[in-house]
Write a protein that binds this ligand. Structure first.
Ligand SMILES: Nc1ncnc2c1ncn2[C@@H]1O[C@H](COP(=O)(O)OP(=O)(O)OP(=O)(O)O)[C@@H](O)[C@H]1O
Length: 570
């Protein structure tokens, strides 16, 4: 919360000034009204003396009315500042978090549980917004309280002083409760994140759940997690809720102490005593607002911390890249590349190879051998733990990301389409890809006929994640997306493994058409997909064991020969 206060110091200060002046006006109003009431009771036509002045009740009434209007004006200014501040904080928190995420490295993004960012951007930020709103109310209450107590001290230092001391004692007594609230709120924040992680996983497992009839298992998990989240929330809310009433009772006791002091030292001017009592009672309601706000703020602190820590974690691991621009993507040269996800053993080691312009390199190997890891290294989204990858002699870590991204393309095993039109899915937010380029890419990817068969062609809306298309159509659409930017390097990670023979043949035809002009790295389990390759790399257990022409590999790679024989290719 301190971060927020210092970041928005200017506006917080304006709010404090407005609240203090508003509080002073309200205190003045109460003093005047008490004076008028006492004058009426004593059948007098003047009130005072205040600061050595007495004024007629008529003038006092007019002044009270003017003060009231001024108080309203200050109130409204305070509300406007508070509304602006709250809206700004919401916007800023969302922007900071989402920008940090978008600029974070792939390693960080990939490790993040799905649904977590959404939870942070929505419910966590909402909690922060509410906390800021509470904070502005608390600032208003605090400064009004200061104004009231200041006026009280000015009128009658002794009894106001007694109330002040008692209030400080009350605040100190309630501190352990606040600490407890903070600990429980941290547990509540964690429970909310666990719940969000599970719900988002649930959303992606619908078909499997139905198929295996295991909904009850998920029901139980969700029930447990939601029970835990509700229980922690209840504990926090209860503790936070106790602060205000406990404070109120203790504060009334403080007023009682003030009255006790008065009875001991004797009453002075009735109008002054009346005004001080009124001020103290009104102070109590501001004090109660403060106590309630401190509970809410303490409970919101872990949510604010969650947003801030996550944004810092993202920002600490930005996507790589530098400012160098090589003459071209190829030759792409890997020298003794090693990559480890964890400290125990590298997922890929001793990878040395070179890809020239227009060359097609196949990559094969058993499951878990390190093929996808190699693809991510070549794409520059992961950096080698040791060794180097260079594009035309420039280390990929130093290459300008914008330049690089415009020249490489990737097709994953599962085509990821989003809710939007066919054209939007192929263009994929890149500027400078006109309609002719979309058509060319669709033609090259052998998907033009499928697009034209849709009711609105390129303007047809795809359902969520392109659910109205077949797997083969989705895959060819994602190849069209890759080709639309006229890449120099195309990396495909098992693009045909989930497809039927007909779809695979279409994709093979596409790749054959690109051969010679685009450098291609294609990871494949299907040996038939590899018949367009100039050379093939074999990766086994994280190590590159061979890289050669298909004919040479028949001679010197046992893995390759076995793979051919399993595929029924002699
Ligand atoms: N994000 C990750 N964190 C930790 N380990 C990982 C991660 N991704 C992959 N690995 C591990 O690295 C090794 C290589 O994985 P990789 O995905 O590169 O294999 P692959 O050859 O592409 O496998 P497949 O053919 O099954 O897709 C595996 O042991 C895998 O468990």
């Amino acid at each position: 919360m301190r971060d927020l206060v210092s970041r928005y110091r200017g506006r917080m200060s304006s709010l404090a000034v407005v609240a203090f002046l508003g509080g002073l006006l309200e205190a003045l109003f109460l003093v005047i009204v008490t004076g008028i009431a006492m004058a009426l009771v004593g059948d007098e036509s003047t009130i005072g003396p205040y600061l050595g002045q007495t004024v007629s009740t008529g003038v006092a009434l007019t002044v009270a009315a003017v003060v009231l209007v001024a108080r309203l004006a200050f109130n409204l200014v305070g509300v406007a500042i508070s509304a602006r501040l709250t809206a700004d904080v919401t916007r800023d928190q969302r922007q900071v978090l989402s920008r940090a995420y978008l600029q974070a490295s792939w390693a960080v993004q990939q490790a993040e549980p799905s649904g977590r960012l959404q939870e942070l951007l929505t419910s966590f930020v909402t909690r922060v917004t509410n906390a800021v709103q509470t904070l502005t109310n608390a600032v208003t209450a605090l400064l009004s309280l200061v104004a009231f107590l200041g006026t009280g001290l000015f009128l009658d230092p002794l009894s106001t002083g007694a109330v002040l001391v008692a209030m400080a004692v009350v605040g100190a007594v309630l501190k352990p409760v606040r600490l407890r609230i903070r600990a429980r709120a941290a547990a509540s924040a964690r429970a909310n994140l666990d719940f969000a992680d599970s719900v988002s996983e649930l959303g992606s497992l619908g078909l499997e759940m139905q198929t295996y009839g295991v909904q009850h298992r998920f029901t139980r998990t969700i029930d447990d997690l939601s029970r835990e989240a509700a229980a922690t929330q209840q504990r926090v809310q209860f503790l936070a809720g106790t602060l205000a009433p406990v404070y109120m009772v203790m504060a009334y006791a403080a007023v009682l102490a003030g009255v006790g002091v008065l009875s001991l030292v004797g009453f002075g001017d009735m109008a002054v005593i009346g005004a001080v009592m009124l001020l103290m009672l009104r102070s109590l309601s501001y004090g109660q607002q403060l106590a309630a706000a401190s509970g809410t703020l303490t409970a919101a602190a872990p949510f604010l911390k969650g947003v801030r820590d996550t944004a810092q974690r993202y920002a600490a691991a930005p996507a790589g890249g530098g400012d160098r621009v090589p003459p071209s993507v190829t030759p792409l040269v890997a020298t003794e590349v090693e990559f480890a996800y964890t400290a125990d053993r590298p997922a890929l080691s001793a990878a040395s190879f070179r890809i020239d312009t227009g060359e097609v390199l196949g990559v094969i190997g058993p499951s878990g051998a390190g093929k996808s890891t190699l693809a991510q290294l070549v794409l520059g989204v992961r950096e080698p733990t040791s060794g180097s990858l260079t594009a035309s002699g420039v280390d990929l870590r130093e290459v300008d990301r914008v330049w690089w991204s415009a020249r490489v393309a990737f097709v994953a095993q599962e085509a990821l389409l989003f809710t939007g039109t066919v054209a939007e899915n192929i263009r994929f937010f890149r500027e400078g890809i006109d309609d002719a380029a979309l058509r060319r890419a669709a033609t090259a990817a052998n998907v033009l006929a499928d697009i034209e068969a849709l009711p609105r062609g390129f303007d047809a809306h795809l359902g969520e994640r392109g659910s109205q298309l077949s797997g083969g159509q989705r895959q060819r659409l994602s190849i069209a997306r890759a080709l639309a930017g006229s890449p120099q390097l195309l990396v495909l990670d098992e693009p045909t493994s989930a497809l039927d023979g007909q779809s695979e043949a279409l994709i093979r035809a596409t790749l054959r058409g690109l051969r010679g002009s685009v450098s291609i790295i294609i990871i494949a389990h299907r040996m038939s997909t590899l018949d367009i390759c100039d050379r093939i790399m074999v990766i086994e257990h994280g190590t590159m064991t061979s890289i050669d022409t298909p004919a040479a590999l028949r001679e010197n790679s046992e893995f390759y020969r076995n793979a051919l024989s399993v595929a029924g290719i002699s």
